[in-house]
Design a protein around this ligand. Structure first.
Ligand code: UDX
Length: 432
């Protein structure tokens, strides 16, 4: 297999699939990308990108000659021998991963064919083994993705590591996958399939654990007068700990961490092991989203009939993704306390409006803040740090701000006359 001109198939053109297809095209490979959603295929053929990912639309346009979008598996099989499976594996009610789309892709690969299936979808450990049990001749490689929303292209093009999981009989396919990623220069982790699958789940679960840990430290800081930002700075200089993912806030969200943490917990449970740590990680995260309520009550008393402005709704900046966003739980809790909720998000308004029908969507941050009894910074969009807080103070009913991401300049806010309350940040010396 000559990696240089190797054509690559991508099955499932959601966020992972579209980034994978576009980046391999950028590396010079002809791409045939399949999705069952005809409408999506049509819009992608017109060059319309359906997701918010910085730089993706431009890179897709630049490489449009090399990418063929299709709904026909036959077309993919005819033109390519390496197929990346990037279909969704959403959680079922039990927390297990729904593998029905993965199994449908496997079923469409002809028995005994030369095609190699490269699993990029996040699947529980053991999935590869069970697929090969059903289809022993299938060339199967596990190659999990570690892309972050909002920086996916950068993450693809500059990977820390590329994990290539292979079992006996698929070595040639694994070699071909390694050749595809060689130009990117990440550390190549060649291992067995089950371990590759576990690397993905364990990595996400560990990052989620790190976030829940620093959130608990933040909660203790609030009792002891320490400043979590200082604590994280001191911790992070120890290379065994590392500074990244030590930002305290109102909880992690998104399509990956919540799903993968519960999938790993479920996987352990299914094999008779009680993964206590992950129970705590999940519980801490859920409680962290709700701690804002007590902070608001501390400053406002009862929240009944109070108008609370939410700054940001997406689970993090640079995405329109609302999946498991902390704003969902927070706005519901606020309404449960009888508060009126108004919100603004620069990008996620459309997806948020359908998920938060009872939340008033404002057209700008200043519009959301006008007349509000308090504001909560939920997503750290850069535009919020550029607001004229002295002017905002004039427009609000009472200048109370809960900084759910410790993102804003507390001194500047206080100087502008705000009651500023962060996550794990000390009160000002004079208690104002
Ligand atoms: C994550 C993983 O980072 C990525 O490797 C994997 O492939 C997919 O899942 P993503 O979900 O895009 O990526 O978001 P990420 O940037 O990891 O943030 C996840 C959540 O954690 C967000 O809600 C973010 O606000 C929160 N977070 C992140 C913190 O609360 N504190 C931090 O220090 C970092």
């Amino acid at each position: 297999m000559d990696a240089e001109r190797e054509a690559v198939g991508v099955v499932g053109v959601g966020w992972v699939g579209l980034v994978t297809a576009t980046c391999f095209a950028e590396l010079g490979h002809p791409i045939v990308a399949l999705d069952v959603n005809e409408e999506k295929v049509e819009s992608l053929r017109r060059g319309e990108v359906t997701i918010h990912e910085p730089g993706l639309a431009e890179l897709l346009e630049k490489n449009s000659e090399r990418i063929t979008f299709t709904t026909s598996m036959g077309e993919v099989l005819a033109a390519t021998r390496i197929l990346f499976c990037c279909v969704d594996t959403p959680p079922t009610y039990s927390g297990d991963a729904d593998l029905s789309r993965v199994r449908s892709v496997v079923a469409q690969i002809p028995e005994g064919s030369e095609h190699a299936l490269v699993m990029k979808s996040t699947v529980p450990s053991g999935t590869g083994a069970s697929i090969r049990r059903d289809k022993p001749d299938l060339r199967y490689v596990s190659c999990p993705e570690f892309l972050k929303e909002g920086s996916a292209i950068e993450d693809f093009m500059h990977p820390d590591r590329v994990v290539v999981g292979v079992d006996e009989g698929s070595e040639e396919a694994a070699d071909a996958v390694e050749r595809l990623y060689q130009p990117l220069g990440g550390e190549m982790v060649r291992t067995d399939v089950a371990s590759a699958e576990m690397i993905k789940l364990a990595s996400n679960a560990f990052l989620a654990t790190k976030i829940s840990f620093i959130n608990e430290i933040a909660n203790v800081c609030e009792q002891t007068g320490a400043d979590v930002i200082e604590v994280a700075r001191g911790m992070g200089l120890d290379e065994r700990i590392g500074a990244s993912f030590l930002r305290a806030g109102i909880g992690y969200g998104g399509s990956c961490f919540p799903k993968d943490v519960s999938a790993l917990k479920q996987l352990a449970g299914n094999s008779g092991y009680h993964f206590q740590l992950l129970n705590a990680v999940i519980e801490v995260n859920e409680l962290q989203k709700r701690r804002v309520i007590a902070k608001l009550e501390k400053h406002l008393g009862s929240l009944a009939d109070k108008r609370i402005a939410l700054l940001g709704l997406a689970f993090k900046p640079d995405t329109d993704d609302m999946r498991e966003a902390s704003s969902l739980v927070l706005s519901a809790r606020l309404q449960g306390e009888g508060a009126e909720v108004v919100a603004y998000d620069p990008v996620a308004e459309e997806s948020a409006a359908s998920m938060l029908p009872d939340v008033e969507m404002a057209s700008s941050a200043t519009a959301a803040l006008e007349g509000a009894d308090a504001a909560v910074l939920v997503t750290e969009w850069p535009e919020f740090s550029e607001l004229d807080w002295a002017m905002v103070r004039e427009s609000m009913a009472s200048p109370v701000l809960i900084d759910g991401r410790n993102y804003l300049d507390s001194d500047a806010l206080r100087a502008a006359g705000f009651v500023y309350d962060g996550i794990g940040r000390p009160d000002p010396p004079d208690g104002t």
